[in-house]
Design a protein around this ligand. Structure first.
Ligand SMILES: [Zn+2]
Length: 156
């Protein structure tokens, strides 16, 4: 079953991230918890950033404001969160992550859906920890509340 309808109903980052996790679980059989999402002002060529060794994903607030329609914006958020989620699962190689992002999008949305286009076009620019440190003072980080829903039946 495709996730296209559910993406249209999705409200906010938490809903979209829930779909990202379901798609990855279905396509790759992998899963993890404990991520935090922040919005920050990154350069426009950058979609998001996952500082290695942290549980944080920083999503580019400026890029989201530039999206032309709500569906396109959701498609970008989905593909970017998916990309960073794969990094957080331990995939470090950029080419491999892009390939997997494409595969997961096609398998869960069909090849004609805007998320597939977003997965192909990016923006995919690699930031180093040093780049991130330089930007830090202008980032204006904002924590997104209710980003990660606790799975029903999940017990620590
Ligand atoms: Zn990447």
């Amino acid at each position: 079953m495709l996730l296209s309808g559910e993406l249209e109903w999705a409200k906010g980052y938490g809903d979209i991230f829930t779909l990202v996790k379901r798609a990855v679980k279905r396509s790759l059989g992998e899963h993890r918890m404990g991520l935090m999402l922040y919005l920050g002002n990154l350069p426009l060529s950058v979609g998001a950033f996952h500082p290695l060794g942290t549980n944080d994903i920083v999503l580019n607030r400026r890029l989201l404001k530039a999206a032309k329609s709500e569906l396109k914006q959701k498609a970008h958020v989905f593909s970017i969160l998916l990309h960073e989620y794969l990094h957080s699962l331990g995939y470090a190689d950029e080419r491999q992550v892009r390939g997997l992002t494409y595969k997961v999008c096609v398998e869960n949305f069909g090849s004609e859906h805007p998320v597939v286009e977003a997965a192909i076009t990016g923006p995919w620019v690699n930031l180093t920890q040093e780049d991130f440190a330089v930007m830090e003072q202008d980032l204006d980080l904002e924590l997104v509340r209710d980003f990660e829903r606790i799975d029903i039946g999940y017990i620590i």
